[in-house]
Ligand binder design. Structure first.
Ligand SMILES: [Fe+2]
Ligand SMILES: [Fe+2]
Length: 318
């Protein structure tokens, strides 16, 4: 076959291909055609995905916008509670819930002895007074702002330990997980309070500003001295315990309405169905006392010349 004949045949073949498979031309159509192999299977899967599950049914508003058409096979899990009713929370699962240990000593205090301890203690004290002045007895707003700050150190510390583990090719002793757990637990406190209160625009603006400063300040503090950073958080947690004790006193005195506990709190802390705000604040205070212990312990380990990785982290310490 000479060269001209070969070119004519290849030209004919190309026109044939364009006519059959690429009527409107271009790579987009080729990509579409490549997906056609899975279309018969995915149509069935998409039908299944589009059926409202129990989880969808309970998650009420906004579900129409959530329907995703995809052939990737990432099915939303169908999880039930122990009583067989559908699990309605996507952000945490039944095996992550727990009963708080409310027998923990809420008055424990680390006495500042050396310069670092005193620096950490007075840093927290100097932050505490303007906060108390600003919020006074508006406990719900105070708690919300506190939680937006309290959820930062665990994530920053966990991330920096994660990076250190990667850089040095070494284990962390479980401290990455323990700190990330703390951050998640603090965020659940916030998710609980947001069910009970609606922050005003200036409170949201304050959170925005405080986060901008605190994330960066804590990042630098943890890089410079992890033992100081953990000590500061230990004292912050002591103040969190104190402010929740004040909250409880005002609920008991009737100065603050003891409203029913939000559903998210009942499921997360395995509280009885008739639990109230007082029960919720009690378990949150217990969580803060555990965070206090964990952070003071982390600081103590390093103050005594050891590394965190050498001591098993208190994972699941609630
Ligand atoms: Fe908290
Ligand atoms: Fe805390």
């Amino acid at each position: 076959m000479n060269r001209n004949a070969a070119m004519k045949i290849s030209g004919l073949l190309m026109r044939q291909l364009r006519g059959e498979f690429l009527p409107r031309g271009g790579m987009v159509q080729i990509r579409h055609w490549s997906n056609m192999n899975t279309s018969s299977k995915t149509k069935e899967e998409q039908k299944t995905h589009n059926q409202p599950s129990h989880t969808d049914a309970t998650n009420a508003a906004g579900d129409k916008a959530k329907k995703i058409v995809s052939y990737w096979g990432v099915d939303p899990p169908k999880i039930s509670k122990e009583d067989g009713t559908p699990w309605k929370w996507n952000s945490f699962r039944p095996w992550e819930t727990y009963s708080a240990d409310i027998s923990i000593d809420v008055e424990k205090h680390h006495m500042p002895t050396n310069f670092m301890d005193k620096f950490a203690y007075w840093t927290v004290q100097s932050l505490k007074y303007p906060t108390y002045l600003f919020f006074q007895r508006r406990h719900m707003c105070h708690a919300m702002l506190l939680e937006t700050v309290a959820a930062v150190p665990g994530m920053v510390g966990g991330m920096l330990l994660h990076c250190k583990s990667l850089r040095r090719f070494e284990h962390s002793g479980g401290w990455i997980k323990a700190l990330l757990e703390e951050a998640e637990n603090e965020r659940m406190h916030l998710m609980t309070f947001i069910e009970l209160s609606n922050p005003k625009w200036y409170e949201r603006a304050l959170v925005f500003a405080v986060q901008g400063v605190f994330v960066n300040a804590y990042f630098i503090a943890y890089l410079a001295s992890p033992k100081l950073a953990h000590r500061i958080v230990g004292y912050l947690e002591e103040e969190a315990v104190n402010s929740y004790t004040e909250f409880l006193i005002d609920i008991e005195k009737g100065l603050f309405e003891n409203s029913p506990a939000p559903a998210i709190a009942i499921d997360y802390w395995r509280l009885p169905a008739d639990a109230t705000l007082k029960d919720v604040v009690t378990v949150i205070r217990a969580d803060e006392a555990h965070h206090r212990d964990l952070n003071h312990f982390a600081s103590d380990i390093q103050c005594q010349g050891h590394e965190l990785k050498g001591y098993p982290a208190p994972i699941g310490y609630h």
